[in-house]
Design a protein around this ligand. Structure first.
Ligand code: 2E7
Ligand code: F3S
Length: 319
């Protein structure tokens, strides 16, 4: 009997979202326009390769604004910052460019609006993640973080008829809905956000990996270990029926033992991952007999965001 044909199912959409594209171009254009050094508070996006490449071009990554020399230029990462960070930066006379994704800014507005209306805000998200710190920082007196299922019982609200949930943009859609159901059992009047906080890119990448996972013996997700949305893709793939799934930054991190007995390999990547890393992985797989690649398309993304206005005003017009 002949061996079954080895193949790759390649998820589409995968990789860069509009917010990442905008944030990475922001740092590149800031370097071109003002010259190095350009300071960046936190990783501009959670991808090792992107950060290392920008560092080589003259970006200096710092953890906090107080590490930036007085008067220097700093870019805020795509994950957003709290008002306290804006204040710290103003106190040090920093020139700032805010690369916060507009879809995160939208969640910040929601937090501010519902805090002003004196709601208790239940923010579903991962403790310690920069995005959650930024959003919660908009209304620290009104926001309670709900991370795992065990946090639901710990929530204390002042008025159960005035409670709303908001979320981090990069969560598992299904897990978040489970958490909302659990919260609603405790607070039947719990209000939904005015629009989805989990962004289009997060949910589209999860839909795509779900579509291919049941056919896969192995799903490889390209992404970094600190990338929330990339990690979610591994979990979603496993829950959708992939027999195994792993996160790798680079093709060379794939363990050849993972391919033993594998006919179909699914491939996708997180929203912070440049597609050349996926192409490298496809080449690596082709060298091992997985040269037949079929794309599984579940959405056609066309969204793009304008660059931050504070950068745009200094850009030379394109000829
Ligand atoms: C900004 C936001 O950089 P990432 O890997 O970030 P996560 O939040 O998934 O760790 O991906 C792009 C991105 C996603 N969300 C950037 Cl708020
Ligand atoms: Fe924005 Fe979603 Fe990307 S929040 S940075 S579009 S993953």
């Amino acid at each position: 009997m002949s061996a079954p044909t080895k193949r790759v199912l390649l998820a589409n959409p995968r990789g860069y979202c509009a917010g990442v594209d905008r944030a990475v171009i922001t740092v590149e254009k800031a370097l071109e326009t003002y010259g190095p050094p350009v300071y960046v508070r936190k990783e501009i996006v959670h991808n090792r390769h992107v950060v290392e490449t920008l560092r080589e071009r003259g970006a200096i990554f710092v953890d906090e604004a107080d590490e930036v020399p007085e008067g220097a230029l700093v870019v805020f990462s795509a994950h957003g910052v709290s008002p306290a960070v804006h204040e710290q930066s103003a106190a040090r006379n920093l020139r700032t460019i805010d690369a916060t994704c507009p879809l995160v800014t939208k969640v910040h507005f929601e937090a501010k609006r519902f805090a002003k209306e004196d709601y208790d805000i239940l923010l579903i998200g991962h403790e310690g993640h920069e995005e959650v710190e930024g959003t919660a920082g908009e209304a620290p007196d009104h926001v309670q973080l709900v991370d795992g299922p065990e946090d639901v019982d710990k929530v204390v609200v002042r008025d159960p008829s005035k409670v709303i949930w908001l979320s981090q943009t990069t969560l598992s859609v299904d897990e978040t809905m489970e958490r909302v159901d659990q919260l609603r059992e405790r607070f039947p009047d719990l209000q939904n956000p005015p629009s989805d906080d989990i962004c289009y890119a997060t949910s589209n990448r999860q839909v795509a990996v779900k579509a291919l996972a049941p056919e896969c013996d192995l799903v490889l997700v390209v992404g970094s270990t600190n990338s929330s949305n990339s990690k979610r893709l591994v979990e979603v793939a496993l829950l959708a029926g992939a027999r195994a799934s792993y996160l790798v930054d680079y093709a060379h991190e794939v363990d050849e033992a993972w391919l033993e007995g594998v006919t179909t390999v699914g491939v996708t990547s997180g929203a912070s991952v440049p597609d050349n890393l996926v192409m490298d992985l496809l080449a690596w797989l082709a060298e091992r007999g997985y040269g037949d690649v079929e794309e599984v398309t579940t959405a056609n993304e066309k969204i793009a965001f304008a660059l931050p206005p504070e950068l745009r005003k200094d850009l030379k017009p394109a000829r």
